[in-house]
Design a binder for this molecule. Structure first.
Ligand code: GLU
Length: 388
């Protein structure tokens, strides 16, 4: 059944670190890797996204997760990562396979070239039959430039590898129709439209960075990429295969049967907003018939700073998000072009350029399958007509 399938498994910090003592939970790691060895032997390509480095490094720096600041967490990750990976390596050897570490940052997922470079590395490891273990490089990322949770990170990896299944192991049985501690809360066994659940999923766990919200966002990214997501409790014998075989409760979020291209998914599924523009009413109207070039004459306001090659969010005047696209110019350049319509791009920027801000090929017009993001509030949003 799993023969030839690509399966991404995400495990949260609470499964890997004892909440009180912040020490490794070796029994869980054994269970997990034994099960992943079984999956590999059945012909699946398995990729593990593992949290745990921050929690497992806390003791070494004398901190607690509840009080640790960003710098503490960065240092804790540097301490915890070797402990975690050394653990994985030794346990994997018991089950007769090799692992390798891939640490990524937000930029490696949001920048197209880096995204493809990361994909090539992971593909090469899979060709060598080595199980990649992926985590965010928490030691060098700050609040502004981090993914922050491994749920969405694992979905990006699933999208990158065009995986068939994403399994998210956590500390609850799956998604509930309301806070699971409320009486009468029901497990949602299967769903395809995640949007009604976004409001009921805001709790965050004390050890990890995600909660159910980031899991639902992750499942949404995965489904757009044609990948099914299974969310289940991690504390179980054969934690992954028991879910894949439907032997216990879990939530299954169905894959979109007609996924968009890898390029369209990469464009539309963003982890962080690099910047945005508001366009004129006529331009907004034109999106109804699909992607179109955006020129400087279309822009009303700009929110940066962003750089050439970033994917920016395009809004109508009412604040509704219409499209996302890869920009050919930085926010400063865009501002210079939009504010000076009578001067050529050469005069303004000093180099030869066609002047299209975003081409139709590098754009995705949002529809029902996309979750729109709110227009950023006033700060940083500058009118092209306002001279400052
Ligand atoms: N990257 C973090 C770690 O290794 C965890 C992020 C998360 O909890 O999702 O500890």
């Amino acid at each position: 059944m799993v023969q030839g399938k690509t399966i991404v498994v995400k495990v949260g910090s609470s499964l890997l670190a004892n909440a009180e003592r912040l020490t490794p939970r070796w029994a869980f790691m054994h269970n997990l890797l034994e099960d992943l060895a079984r999956l590999r032997e059945s012909g699946a390509k398995v990729i593990l996204c593992s949290s745990g480095s921050v929690a497992l490094g806390m003791n070494m720096i004398g901190e607690r997760p509840e009080t640790a600041g960003l710098r503490d967490k960065q240092a804790a990750a540097a301490c915890g990562m070797p402990l975690l990976l050394n653990g994985y390596k030794q346990v994997a050897h018991e089950y007769n396979f090799e692992i390798a570490q891939v640490l990524v940052t937000l930029r490696d997922l949001e920048d197209r070239n880096r995204f493809l470079n990361t994909k090539n590395t992971v593909d090469r490891l899979l060709v060598a039959d080595i199980m990649p273990i992926i985590n965010e490089n928490d030691t060098i990322t700050t609040q502004e430039i981090r993914v922050g949770d491994n749920d969405r990170l694992s979905a990006k990896i699933a999208q990158m590898l065009q995986a068939d299944i994403l399994v998210i192991l956590t500390q609850v049985d799956g998604l509930f129709d309301r806070d699971p501690s409320e009486p009468g809360a029901q497990l949602v066994e299967e769903l395809s439209d995640v949007s009604p659940y976004l409001a009921v999923t805001e709790g965050v766990s004390s050890l990890g960075s995600g909660g159910m919200l980031t899991k639902i966002q992750a499942a949404h990214m995965a489904q757009n990429a044609g990948c099914e997501t299974l969310i289940a409790h991690g504390e179980y014998e054969q934690p992954v295969t028991s879910v894949l075989n439907g032997q216990r409760r879990h939530t299954r979020i169905l894959a979109n049967e007609r996924p968009e291209s890898a390029w369209a998914n990469w464009l539309s599924d963003r982890l962080q907003m690099a910047g945005s523009i508001v366009v004129k009413a006529e331009t907004a109207e034109a999106f109804k018939s699909g992607p179109r070039h955006i020129g400087r004459e279309d822009v009303l306001s700009i929110q940066g700073p962003y750089v050439k090659g970033d994917v920016i969010h395009i809004y109508g005047e009412s604040g509704s998000e219409l499209a996302r696209g890869l920009t050919n110019f930085s926010s400063d350049e865009t501002m210079a072009l939009a504010r000076n319509p009578s001067l050529s791009a050469m005069q303004l920027l000093g180099y030869k350029t066609g002047g299209t801000l975003i081409t139709d090929k590098n754009m995705i017009v949002l529809d029902d399958r996309h979750l729109p993001w709110d227009l950023p509030s006033g700060e940083g949003m500058t009118d092209v007509t306002r001279l400052d």
